[in-house]
Design a protein around this ligand. Sequence first.
Ligand SMILES: Nc1ncnc2c1ncn2[C@@H]1O[C@H](COP(=O)(O)OP(=O)(O)OP(=O)(O)O)[C@@H](O)[C@H]1O
Ligand SMILES: [Mg+2]
Length: 268
Amino acid sequence: MRETQDFKDFSIDNWYKEFKDVTIKTVILELSRDVLNCFSCTETLEDENLESNEAPFPQEFKDQVKNAFNTLGRIIFVKNNWHAPSDAKMFSFGNTLIAENIDDIKLYLTTSGIIQEDFSTVKGVTFCLCLRPWINIHPAAEFRCIVINNVLRGITPRDWPTYYSHFKEEGPQIIEKLLTFFATNIKDKFLRKNYVFDVVLSYPEKPFLLDFGALNCKTNLYAFSWKEISPLLNKEVPEEVAPVFRYLESDIGIMTKGAALQKFRLSE
Ligand SMILES: Nc1ncnc2c1ncn2[C@@H]1O[C@H](COP(=O)(O)OP(=O)(O)OP(=O)(O)O)[C@@H](O)[C@H]1O
Ligand SMILES: [Mg+2]
């Protein structure tokens, strides 16, 4: 996702209002230049160390974050317009990315290469801080759905390649739930025709939306490869075509994504 239009369309502040009722409650704070400076890393030329900016946060921003904690709860999950600081996990207690205060938020954002790259390279977009209540999500409950020409074509677990025995038995229900969720809440409401969206299916709660993302060669398609997905972009298919739910069919131990794609028959 490196196109300016992609950054605009997939920014959470662009889609949150429309999907508010089916996604996690989110407080979105626009980042002023001053605040952005506080979240930016500076490189010391002599020793190539990355140092976080020690400038203090403006009081107004501190108050906004405090209010967000009051609204969302004691522990929160933080993202920028598009990304979570997933590569800063090792700095959090128990690899959880739980933020309990503004210092945690600063630590995650300044140590994350993903976030810093966005802050330093994306142009023409207002950066924001996106705060959500921290929720315990079972890895097997997360799915990435691939939409091509407004049709849901592919479903992949995000925890890939991990074997979950229940996928085989529950596959049809998972497809049904995601199709219904897509038809009711997403289709024709999102402004693009080709995209991915992430959903959490957690029983007994209703399925909920986690995020949207661009559909391109940089997007992690987990059980699918860009090589097999990209030709589908130019093909019109009937709306009724069933999505493929692809998951690991057998317990193969620890494998890389590439090895799993090559070696094992995947369920289609
Ligand atoms: N509110 C939350 N509370 C706890 N964990 C969360 C929350 N939101 C997301 N996560 C976890 O963090 C992971 C990354 O979150 P998310 O998908 O929002 O990040 P992302 O940067 O958009 O990822 P990608 O680049 O793959 O699209 C999720 O797969 C989920 O396991
Ligand atoms: Mg995402």
